[in-house]
Write a protein that binds this ligand. Structure first.
Ligand code: GLA
Length: 528
């Protein structure tokens, strides 16, 4: 392939000739790569492409500049030698955890190495992805093309009417935790089938939610289109509905979703109409690149979410509205509900590890009083059955999410669940706590950061009590009879273990149990 250093002037022609005869070695590259570049990578699995932007500065054989990424770019450094281009990103070290935090330090970002060549105005760049080499073709673009678009005017704030949905926390399945970008029409249909055949739908799980990576772009009229993994969204929605289930979809107020697919920026009303026409019943609306464009404060975020909330309302189709804004700007304090949200994320993304679930779950107790029927805190989707935690840890996950009245959105492959996973996701007695018809928030009876005892009053005068052991060894946990509501303090109160499905005795003035490491003893205590 013809490389970078082609001589283009008489001077350079003479220079090349001298080089040929070994008289001079060229030390300065003659084609200047300096400028802004759009490197486009095709994704053969769904027919989409992804743009990565670079600012390259070339001085002789030295390359510097930026991989342009919000909010801060990542510096690049490298060289051009004998036509071969090589550069690498230089990520900054992660910030140290806050003083006193026991959380593990964030892992350092790995540098990304690019090798390339240049021909006819195009840079071919090759980097190593998770599944092998990834090639992108870069062309020079004006600087503006690498910048986010200007913000759109946002509506004046108003309180949207309650849509009457999600009187109890939504229950269903979402593709992201297990499938990420591999979700497609066939797997969604398979999940709908399994939701019914496994008994999940009978247990209360209803929504089959497609997360990010279904999008392609826009047609000539600006309507959002699905990529080749989803040939016909309307037909898919009809299929899911034919199983007695409901279907959800995903978009973003920004131009790009978090996985760099098409977002709803500037097409909010149009997309809401498209979703309604397809028969969509649930929208997860993920801030993502909206953060590159709009201010990160409560009034701005409220206006962004209100815009889509109103667009959904105007479709006159009942569509659950799930705000995904990672708990920014204290969404739970009011603006989440005002913008039409039925649920709002209160945290960053969960992962299938004890540390992640433990940190997210136990940080939510203080927010419980902000939730109410129709408007729920969402500490992210379930990881139960995905393999990264023990059965005790998954029982803690299910118990804690239920004590919090969190949405129960399974994130595993429903087609291949073990009996143990089924017994956790379909524990009807635990689900009944989550879905209690008269929401009363969970409170902490005692907490020392190791053993947490939580109590949640239920509609029939009974209470759920969870004794959680966050330590790495079995531990004894207890609570005093006197910490229960008056009607349950008497010796005749009934105690039921909701994981063992058996009655227990509470002798004396306190209840004591040995709780496995990272495990839970979950009780329902009712008057006899
Ligand atoms: C964000 C969300 C996740 C998921 C991904 C998809 O990270 O928080 O739940 O939707 O985007 O790209």
């Amino acid at each position: 392939m013809h490389r970078l250093f082609r001589a283009s002037t008489g001077f350079f022609a003479v220079l090349s000739c001298c080089v040929l005869f070994g008289m001079v070695r060229p030390s300065v590259a003659q084609t200047d790569l300096s400028g802004y570049w759009d490197a486009r990578t095709q994704n053969p699995s769904d027919g989409t492409f992804r743009d990565t932007y670079f600012e390259i500065r070339q001085t002789g054989e030295t390359i510097s500049g930026m991989l342009i990424r919000r909010p801060n770019g990542i510096p690049i450094t490298g060289s051009i030698k004998d036509g071969a281009i090589h550069f690498v990103t230089v990520p900054s070290p992660p910030p140290p955890p806050p003083a006193g935090s026991t959380a593990p330090a964030r892992p350092a970002q790995r540098p990304i190495a690019y090798d390339g060549s240049y021909e006819d105005g195009k840079l071919t760049l090759v980097t190593q992805g998770r599944n092998g080499a990834v090639t992108s073709i870069a062309v020079k673009v004006p600087k503006e093309a690498t910048m986010p678009p200007a913000p759109l005017p946002l509506p004046a704030l108003k309180d949207l009417a309650d849509n009457g949905l999600a009187k109890t926390p939504p229950m269903g399945w979402n593709s992201w935790n297990k499938f990420g970008g591999r979700v497609d029409d066939a797997s969604v249909r398979g999940m709908a089938d399994a939701m019914v055949s496994s008994g999940m739908s009978k247990a209360g799980y209803v929504y089959i939610n497609i997360d990010d990576t279904w999008e392609l772009g826009r047609d000539a009229s600006g309507n959002i289109t699905s990529n080749k993994k989803f040939p016909d969204m309307k037909a898919l929605a009809d299929y899911v509905h034919s199983k007695g289930l409901k279907i959800g979809i995903y978009s973003s107020p920004g131009p790009k979703t978090c996985a760099s697919y098409e977002g709803s920026f500037g097409h909010e009303e149009q997309d809401a109409k498209t979703f309604a026409a397809w028969g969509i019943d649930y929208l997860k609306y993920d801030l993502c690149s909206g953060l590159d464009i709009y201010k990160d404060d409560a009034p701005t975020l409220q206006a962004i979410y209100q815009k889509m909330g109103l667009a959904l309302e105007e479709t006159h189709r009942p569509i659950i509205y799930s705000l995904c804004e990672y708990g920014r700007a204290a969404v739970w304090t009011g603006w989440g509900e005002k913008s039409g949200g039925n649920l709002w994320r209160t945290t960053g993304d969960i992962s299938d590890r004890w540390e992640s679930m433990d940190r997210i779950g136990f940080s939510q107790i203080k927010l419980a009083a902000y939730a109410k029927p129709g408007h729920w805190n969402d500490p992210d989707m379930l990881e139960i059955g995905n393999g990264g935690m023990t059965a005790d840890e998954y029982r803690t996950h299910m118990s804690l999410w239920s004590m919090l009245a969190a949405p129960l959105i399974a994130g595993n492959d429903l087609r291949t669940m073990t009996d143990e996973t089924k017994s956790i996701l379909m524990n009807l007695e635990v689900i009944a706590i989550d879905q209690d018809p008269e929401y009363k928030p969970v409170t902490s009876l005692s907490s020392d950061g190791r053993i947490e005892v939580l109590m949640r009053p239920l509609h029939d005068g009974s209470v759920a009590v969870g004794l959680f052991n966050r330590t790495d060894a079995p531990a004894e946990a207890q609570f005093a009879r006197s910490s229960l509501p008056g009607s349950l303090m008497g010796k005749e109160a009934k105690v039921r273990d909701l994981w063992k499905h058996e009655a227990l005795a509470m002798e004396g003035d306190s209840f004591k149990a040995t709780v496995p490491s990272h495990g839970v003893v979950l009780l329902k205590i009712s008057a006899r």
